[in-house]
Ligand binder design. Structure first.
Ligand code: HEC
Length: 117
């Protein structure tokens, strides 16, 4: 079975490379991403239904109180989203939404909402 040896070497090499890629991604996720407000524009559709159009403050106050996030501090927004994602802060809809966001999404949304004064 001479043919199997190089093939198995290839698989071994691929496995090593794959684990490097995974480690690289984990490291990238740990570093705080820089928020890009423009990149958030196609993500805010998830938020405006409840948090309103930034600058337009009324959004269903008769159903429940939705905090104003436009003009909020960027670090605060990221911290709040991370807390919802981990369950440290509990609110069913926000938990589900925060869990669907990447660290980059959170940074982008925070950059966007914090840009309103
Ligand atoms: C289904 C309605 C709904 C949607 C959609 C929604 N939110 Fe929220 N959000 C809320 C409510 C209600 C709260 C307050 C929950 C609480 O008391 O913890 C909240 C809280 C927050 C907070 C914390 C604010 C504070 O003052 O502490 C942030 C930040 C936030 N939302 C960001 C977002 C972002 C970004 C999106 C879109 C990706 C989003 N939300 C989508 C309803 C929503």
């Amino acid at each position: 079975m001479k043919l199997r040896t190089p093939l198995m070497r290839t698989f071994a090499a691929l496995a090593v490379m794959a684990s490097c890629v995974i480690t690289g991604q984990a490291l990238a996720a740990d570093a705080a991403p820089v928020g890009d407000a423009k990149a958030a524009l196609d993500k805010t559709s998830m938020c405006i239904g409840c948090h309103g159009i930034p600058g337009y403050k009324a959004s269903f106050p008769e159903v429940y109180h939705v905090p104003m996030i436009a003009g909020q501090n960027a670090e605060y927004i990221v911290a709040a989203l991370k807390d919802y994602a981990t369950g440290a802060r509990s609110f069913p809809t926000m938990e589900a939404i925060a869990q669907s966001l990447s660290a980059q999404d959170m940074a982008d949304l925070a950059a966007y909402y914090s840009s309103f004064k």
